[in-house]
Design a protein around this ligand. Sequence first.
Ligand code: NAD
Length: 261
Amino acid sequence: MSQSTTPTRPLEGKVVVVTGGNSGIGEGIVREAAAQGAKVVIDWVSNEEATDRIVADVTAAGGQAIGFRADVSKVAELQALADAAVEAYGRIDVWVSNAGVEFHQTLETLTEDRYDLLMDINLKGAVFGAKVAAAQMEKQGDGGVIVNITSTHEDWPMPSDLAYCISKGGMRMLTRTAGVELGAKGIRVVGVGPGAIDTPINADDDESAKDALRQAIPLGYIGSPLDMGKLVCFVASDAASYVTATTIMADGGLMQKPGAV
Ligand SMILES: NC(=O)c1ccc[n+]([C@@H]2O[C@H](COP(=O)([O-])OP(=O)(O)OC[C@H]3O[C@@H](n4cnc5c(N)ncnc54)[C@H](O)[C@@H]3O)[C@@H](O)[C@H]2O)c1
């Protein structure tokens, strides 16, 4: 057997774009990618100070990152984000569609405006993000990786969150279909499906709900943005070169525990 060729900084020199990269899981991905040698473009829509703080931390540690404001629900802004990455760093190697929202509405309470907004951000943003990223990668001619941050709920119904589940189910099929379409061009499309992760999206959960969740998770704890950052960087690296058109679930075993939620 030949010796391992896994580099110590697997994303050295790669250009990585992360949508919604200034908070929660996106921030975990940005910080880990920069630590692994990537040049990172942090897409953001609110809280510019958080973006500036992350850029300052990455730069102070000897890494490279810039912030760029783009609303992923608008295709023109996604194109502007891709153009900004190319202008700053010359190319795009990895595009992570991470931006997402959750409104906790059932079929009964769901309204048209909330549905449209959620779908535009979570699903349309990922579809057209993949489109602009793939077009740039094709131009470069040497492949690339598109990572969709989905959820256990791409597969698993959450009765209080209908539109969110539909959007993540759509991302599941985006991952599979685009992965098949782009395979011959060396562009991999991979979903990462987080379980319960400690981020601002869950800020309203009370402590008793969090305790019940911890008990339902076979690994016994709620995941961190860094847990997700490490997995996304693995998926984006050459170590995952044969993985495409599928989702890797990262839920501490939650989905497999009978009656967990
Ligand atoms: N935290 C969890 O338990 C969990 C579980 C499964 C999946 N996820 C997914 O992980 C992703 C990140 O969520 P998080 O938990 O870090 O929450 P978060 O609220 O911390 O991050 C969401 C990010 O998306 C950004 N965003 C929202 N609308 C946007 C828009 N129109 N354009 C660009 N950016 C926009 C926000 O500003 C923020 O930076 C989401 O797609 C979410 O569905 C989270």
